[in-house]
Design a protein around this ligand. Structure first.
Ligand code: C2O
Ligand code: CU
Length: 641
């Protein structure tokens, strides 16, 4: 069974186990209060429930073992806390309570069994099972003392209170005392537990306190670029005006936010080596904006993250971005202010950098997949998005490149039917040794890009996105949609040698857990058990090679996107990868990815999940370079997610 299935099964079992023990304890208590004769039936029902509870509890053991095979990250809190809390009292229940429930005499009038002997083990098992559910919500990886202490305190308090209440003499004073114990334990648990995920606002544990400001890490101006040894670059100037726009889809109009009145914004197409200068003007009422160059490893000061590399650009203001187009390939840009709202609403566009030496393809088109609400669309070469089937006419025999950009927050399965094709580039970078695919489908992460190349056949070609025909080349006949297996992108292309050594190891365990956010515990998308802004900042030194291990313990897919760097994929679930460079990699539930990041772009960077709703729910943090600081602050007007 896959790790993802085991995670789901484990969550179901958790709840089943808690329900089974709660029911057992409840029915047993009822049976004990009844006279021996009348209570016999109830007690037998309790015994049956107890047997069933023992069985579902036992089932958790093989499931946990299966998860442990995928890694300790998946089971740490289960093995150390959640399982012992239910398994040990379950054994006591099986040894003490169950035989008494079964053997209790059916004659006589008065209750015959000691509640402390029969009901107490059952209650404690139920508390342990519920504590196990709480562990799943409160504790991620690594297991924190605070979270564990909070769960244990509540478990212990419930057990103590029950012991007292089950005792022979019960005066009102006893009850008050018991209630007091409960309240006290709750207070202790909250105080202790409060520290489990808070305490490090803004930059986490290790942010540099002094050094050079990110504000000094800018792209050279036109006058300064070039220098003695380099020819003066060609300067390409663009203006992006953020403004409201109406997008007219077949199914009805959409109130969008746009760059230059169009969604997607203009395709910025430049040549490798150009100096790109983009003036951002904000004409959006009541909404600040920035421009982030997704996947383009610009100097940190040009990265467009409010609160990290600049202040958000308020309505009426302007901001100029400058960077040298060093890398060729397919990229995109989007606002990073309130990005979980702004990008879905249309504040994005495409960036294509043509290589200095021309490509072999005579046909070269950019395709932006974007979903407005629930309406999936495709824009071809920056034209208005098409909700149904977009069309393209290409000369048969022409070598063609389709640059597919997923601007959504969810992954998409692509299919190209009607012609053999290759994935020539992934996230902007060429794929060495790209092999022919025929009818195979592709999984494209949120924010990711694939360049697909093929020779136009005499018949039509169909691109599907999800279940939907998206682009028809040379209709009118429609070829069958690609239905082949999904390519494992981590194994595609020719293998390149991994780095020989690593200077630092970082692990990001992704989960959905209760964590402190804005001073309150909330269910958040977490990294190592914490949510923004409490996730400690990894700090690297320029020139280091860092191995990053990303573990997804949760049930959501997380397209991880470190800014300013491409990472090389080293392995997925322990299987070595070919080493493709990606800037957005999709870590599915239960998966473990290892990637290598070469610290070659000093700055203060954002790293986050590109399911932008997840970023807004906490899954964002920084990657800092030793000696780089930022004068900008989060909060106030700056809200990157
Ligand atoms: Cu396209 Cu910080 O993201
Ligand atoms: Cu996510």
């Amino acid at each position: 069974m896959s790790t993802a299935r085991l995670i789901a099964l484990d969550q179901i079992l958790f709840v089943l186990v808690a329900a089974a023990w709660a029911a057992t304890a409840g029915v047993a208590l009822a049976g004990l209060r009844q006279p021996a004769a009348a209570g016999r039936r109830t007690r037998l029902i309790a015994a049956a429930l107890c047997a069933a509870a023992i069985v579902v509890t036992a089932l958790r053991i093989p499931v946990t073992l299966g998860l442990a095979r995928a890694g300790w990250w998946f089971v740490a809190e289960k093995v150390t806390l959640a399982l012992p809390l239910v398994v040990l009292p379950a054994l006591a229940s099986a040894a003490v309570s169950l035989p008494r429930l079964l053997r209790a005499p059916s004659g006589g009038g008065a209750p015959v069994l000691s509640p402390r002997l029969v009901a107490f083990p059952l209650l404690v098992t139920a508390y342990g099972a519920v504590a196990g559910v709480a562990c799943g919500v409160v504790i991620s990886y690594p297991v924190t003392g605070g979270g564990a202490a909070a769960v244990l305190a509540l478990f212990a308090a419930a057990s103590v209170v029950s012991w007292r209440l089950l005792g022979p003499v019960r005066t009102p004073g006893d009850r008050w005392q018991a209630a007091g114990t409960g309240v006290l334990a709750l207070a202790v648990a909250l105080t202790v537990g409060g520290g489990w995920s808070g305490g490090h606002p803004h930059f986490g544990d290790h942010a540099p306190a002094q050094g050079i400001s990110v504000d000094l890490l800018h792209g050279a101006s036109a006058a300064a670029a070039g220098g003695p040894s380099r020819a003066k670059p060609r300067v390409r100037r663009f203006t992006l005006t953020a403004q409201p726009a109406t997008v007219r889809l077949a199914s009805g109009p959409i109130d969008a936010w746009s760059f230059n009145g169009q969604v997607p914004g203009p395709v910025l197409r430049v040549r490798q080596g150009d100096l790109v200068e983009v003036t951002l003007r904000n004409r959006l009422p009541g909404q600040s904006v920035t421009v982030h160059w997704h996947g383009y490893d610009v100097p940190s000061g040009e990265d467009g993250v409010p609160g990290v590399t600049q202040n958000a650009v308020a309505p009426g203001q302007t901001h100029v971005y400058r960077f040298r187009a060093e890398d060729a390939g397919t990229y995109w840009y989007h606002s990073h202010q309130n990005s979980s709202v702004a990008v879905p609403r249309g504040l994005f566009g495409l960036l294509v950098v043509d290589p200095a030496a021309p490509l072999p393809e005579s046909e070269d088109h950019v395709l932006a997949l974007h979903t407005f609400g629930t309406r999936p669309t495709l824009s071809v070469d920056g034209a208005a998005p098409v909700e149904g089937l977009a069309r393209l006419a290409l000369p048969p025999g022409a070598r063609t490149r389709l640059r597919v950009v997923n601007t959504d927050t969810r992954p998409v399965v692509l299919g190209l039917g009607g012609a053999p094709y290759r994935i020539a580039a992934v996230d902007g970078g060429d794929v060495p040794g790209a092999t022919d695919l025929d009818g195979d489908r592709l999984h494209l992460a949120a924010g990711g890009r694939y360049d697909l190349t093929f020779t136009v056949p005499s018949g039509p070609v169909l691109l599907t996105a999800g279940d939907r025909p998206a682009l028809l080349v040379n209709g009118p006949a429609t070829p069958p949609a690609a239905a082949g297996p999904i390519v494992d992108i981590t194994r595609y292309g020719a293998a390149t040698a991994p780095p020989a050594r690593f200077d630092q190891e970082v692990t990001w365990v992704l989960d959905k857990t209760l964590a402190m956010a804005d001073g309150l515990p909330r269910l958040a998308q977490t990294v190592n058990g914490k949510a923004w802004p409490n996730i400690p900042t990894p700090v690297v030194r320029q020139g280091q090679t860092v191995r990053i291990r990303v573990v997804n313990r949760g049930t959501d897919t997380h397209p991880m996107h470190p800014h300013g760097h491409h990472v090389r994929i080293l392995s997925r679930n322990g299987v070595p990868a070919t080493g493709l460079a990606m800037d957005t990699f999709d870590v599915a539930p239960g998966e473990v990815w290892e990637v290598a990041l070469v610290a070659d772009n000093p700055g203060m960077w954002m790293s986050h999940c590109h399911d932008l709703a997840h970023a807004a729910q906490g899954m964002e943090f920084h990657l800092a370079y030793e000696g780089v600081t930022t004068p900008y602050e989060m909060g106030g007007g700056n809200h990157p997610a």
